[in-house]
Write a protein that binds this ligand. Structure first.
Ligand code: 6GU
Length: 276
């Protein structure tokens, strides 16, 4: 997979040389190219922003540097009619984008080429996105309900979530099967606690079941803990879970956690029933 990132802070992307993403690059599984947006400015101050039309606070990133930067990044490798699945997609991190989810990470991981346009200031002149949207898919993506000073941190987040899904990047192909939010068995449940040696640390023991050798009981215990954690931290996931995907033991656990089933089978919980 190829990644192009256009930014006014190339140093901010240094973490892409480290850990999982850095190793994927070293192995040739990822081709990452970081471009300094100011290379496409021609005034003494390397200006990339200007005041917003219509007034208001802050500054807006200018069309021309972005246009030249994106054209240059695309020129090396772009083939005519590349609007399809084999061509580049533009990813624009913005707090006004669609939520970045595991499902979107999977979708992006299936594309061969992502071009990131992280903005600083109040964002990029809208015409830039509108222009490239005529040539390729554009994903405007938010990584959560808070505001960052710029999109570079979001590029790091999205890149790591996508890179670990690429074939051969994670050591063990099984490693993402049980991910919280992975499609499949533990879908839509948060992962519960995990333990390793030593068996006693500062007087704290590990749950006996984990050394019982009973694989069935261990699996059941893990699922119960996943319900416990999801109920505490993400009750919205319990509310929208498909009751048909749950077995009798699952429903017993949810009942212990204070959940009831409505006439439609959906789970709901009285505010007073919340633990602690
Ligand atoms: Cl993608 N960018 C910025 N600037 N702030 C954010 C964000 C992105 N996602 C959440 N907050």
């Amino acid at each position: 997979m190829r990644l192009d990132i256009v930014t006014i802070f190339p140093e901010y992307l240094e973490p892409l040389n480290v850990s999982l993403v850095g190793k994927a690059r070293a192995r040739g599984q990822l081709d990452v190219r970081v471009h300094d947006l100011r290379r496409w400015t021609y005034d003494r101050h390397h200006t990339v922003d200007d005041t917003p039309y219509g007034g208001g606070p802050g500054m807006v990133m200018k069309t021309e540097p972005w246009g030249e930067a994106l054209d240059t990044a695309l020129a090396d490798g772009y083939e005519a009619g590349a609007g399809g699945p084999g061509g580049p997609a533009l990813v624009v991190p913005t707090p006004s984008g669609r939520p970045f989810t595991q499902e979107l990470a999977v979708e992006l991981s299936q594309r061969p080429w992502l071009l990131f346009a992280p903005a600083r200031y109040e964002g990029i002149d809208r015409r830039v996105v509108d222009e490239y949207a005529t040539r390729m898919p554009v994903y405007e993506v938010s990584i959560g309900d808070y505001v960052l000073a710029g999109g570079e941190a979001a590029v790091l987040v999205i890149t790591e979530a996508v890179a670990r899904l690429l074939p051969g990047v994670l050591g063990n192909a099984e490693s993402h099967r049980d991910d919280s939010f992975a499609p499949g068995a533990m879908a839509d449940l948060l992962e519960g606690p995990v333990y390793t040696k030593p068996p006693v640390w500062r007087g704290r023991e590990i749950p006996d079941v984990l050394v019982s050798g009973h694989h069935g009981r261990i699996a059941r215990w893990r699922r119960d803990e996943a319900f416990r954690r999801t109920s505490a931290h993400r009750p919205d996931l319990i509310e929208r879970c498909d009751p048909a995907a749950l077995d009798k033991k699952d429903r017993e656990m949810l009942s212990i956690l204070g959940w009831r089933q409505g006439p439609d089978g959906r789970f709901w919980r009285d505010a007073d029933a919340v633990e602690q």
